[in-house]
Design a protein around this ligand. Structure first.
Ligand code: NAD
Length: 489
């Protein structure tokens, strides 16, 4: 028989408390009722305002909430969407600061900007039914909810992913349980409390979004196992994507990327340099869509390096890059005699000036991005570094540039960019790279509506192919058929 560690701890704590009470003759405070800072007097362990101690309870509560939400129809879902959007707009600065203080990665102004972008997400209007009419009657296909969704969120955008997921999932009629990254869980919990307070006040329903207060691999496994969760949505790196795919539940996976950018000899080099710095330096390159390596054709290579410097990027020389690389990556054995590189988490989302210091130099205080000339096999090219040090690689010509870009993307099918005025080269790279997002002549963020047309999302389902997630992504398509009647002709 397996004994659950948490249960065992609880039993021991109860026994000790009772012994203390017997000895002192007065009641002793229950240590399970921790001060969670929400004036609930320990009620959080019962799930006050959506915050739960385990996945099973969180999912059961979300299931109850989904039944109630269903009764409120599309109008009720729309209210939830509007509350989330309005709260993000109102609390962008407060929540941006909260997330920045907890995760200590990225840049505050961009954490705020991400939350300010939530109101642009599509809502209930996105759910278009499809109708058919013919000699055999009428048929309607509708996008209906799955029920309860288990969502895993990354440390790189904790509250933005959570908020974005609530909008898309609840617009589709679902409720959701979050297992946040432990490094960004406190701010996620604060957001869930605030949302539930507002949901309760306006709709009379709590637990439309629930969260596990102290997430862990165990709580993730419990979330995958509970029958109350009908679908998983994972936003994260390869580890969690693999774990979710093996769980036996259907999983929509917004997995890792390593987006390349190609610059050819027809490009506006100054604009390309500015766009690349903007995209790669956004939140210190924490974005999964962010430019991670640059391939430049030989003909304009030197001019492009000059354009990067002119636009404010700071160049590391070979020795400096070497010093930084030794700190930025470590090698982990896999027990089989091989080892593989692992990005040093302490440098993920670090400021460019800090990276320059580690490299043994000093960059001006306003530097947003570092770059260095490397070959295509360099660790900064191969690995998803998530820091504002972007390698630049010389390509013989456009075909060579695209070939190296494809290799560096590892078939993640995530994102890629090209700067060119040559439509043939645009098409060539689009087809070869086969990514979910492909931006031409803009920063990566243009692919999510910041400077380009379209809506945004913080969960881009690259691995499983649903693409940029919208309310539609979280629906089951169901068909309703009436035979030989109700057609109007
Ligand atoms: P991460 O993989 O370390 O963590 C993501 C989530 O998975 C966290 O909640 C974490 O606690 C959990 N987790 C990690 N390993 C797990 C395992 N083996 N089993 C169960 N749960 C596990 O990623 P991160 O550092 O938080 O985020 C960065 C990664 O996420 C990058 O690879 C980035 O490209 C990717 N990402 C993708 C998208 C997208 O839309 N495709 C969006 C944001 C981030």
């Amino acid at each position: 028989m397996q004994i659950d560690e948490a249960v065992l701890k609880g039993v021991v704590a109860d026994v000790l408390r009772k012994l203390q009470e017997q000895a002192s003759g007065s009641p002793v405070a229950d240590s399970k009722k921790e001060d969670c800072g929400c004036s609930c007097d320990g009620a959080c362990s019962r799930g006050e305002l959506g915050v739960f101690q385990n996945a099973t309870d969180a999912a059961a509560a979300a299931k109850e909430a989904q039944k109630k939400l269903r009764k409120l129809g599309i109008e009720g879902r729309d209210k939830v969407v509007k509350i989330v959007k309005a709260t993000c707009a109102e609390k962008a600065v407060e929540w941006g600061e909260l997330e920045f203080a907890e995760t200590k990665i990225g840049r505050l102004e961009h954490k705020i900007a991400k939350l300010q972008g939530i109101p642009n997400l599509p809502g209930v209007e996105w759910l278009a039914p499809r109708g058919m009419s013919g000699d055999h009657g009428i048929t309607m296909e509708e996008n209906t909810p799955f029920g309860v969704i288990g969502a895993i969120t990354p440390v790189t955008h904790s509250i933005p992913t959570l908020s974005c997921n609530i909008v898309s999932m609840v617009a589709a009629g679902n409720t959701v349980v979050f297992n946040a990254h432990p490094g960004g869980a406190k701010c996620a919990v604060a957001a869930v409390r605030e949302y539930n307070k507002r949901f309760k006040a306006e709709l009379g329903i709590e637990n439309i979004a629930t969260i596990i207060e102290k997430p862990s691999l165990d709580s993730f496994n419990e979330l995958c196992a509970t029958p109350d969760v009908n679908l998983l949505c994972v936003t994260g790196g390869p580890g969690v994507v693999n774990a979710a795919m093996k769980s036996g539940k259907r999983a929509i996976c917004a997995g890792p990327g390593n987006p390349p950018v190609v610059v050819d000899d027809s490009a506006d080099l100054d604009k390309a340099a500015g766009d690349i710095i903007m995209g790669a330096a956004f939140d210190n390159n924490l974005l999964c869509i962010g430019e991670k390596q640059i391939f430049v054709v030989d003909k304009v290579y030197d001019q492009f390096i000059a354009a990067l410097k002119k636009a404010g990027a700071f160049q590391l020389n070979a020795a400096q890059l070497d010093r930084l690389t030794k700190v930025a990556f470590t090698f982990k054995g896999d027990g089989g005699g091989c080892s593989h590189p692992v990005v040093n988490r302490d440098l993920v989302g670090a400021d460019a000036t800090k990276l320059a210091e580690i490299a043994g130099t000093s960059a001006p205080a306003d530097t947003q991005m570092l770059f260095a000339e490397t070959d295509e096999g360099h660790l900064f090219v191969i690995e998803e570094q998530m820091m504002p040090m972007v390698p630049v690689i010389r390509a013989r010509d456009i075909d060579h540039a695209i070939e190296m870009a494809v290799k560096s993307e590892h078939g993640y099918k995530h994102s890629g960019m090209i700067h060119t005025l040559n439509v043939v080269n645009m098409g060539k790279m689009a087809r070869a790279l086969d990514t979910t997002l492909f931006v031409k002549n803009g920063a990566c963020v243009a692919g999510l509506g910041m400077g380009g047309e379209g809506y945004s999302s913080f969960s881009i389902a690259t691995t499983t192919g649903e693409g940029i997630t919208t309310p539609d992504t979280f629906t089951r398509r169901r068909r309703c058929v009436l035979v030989d009647n109700l057609q109007m002709y």
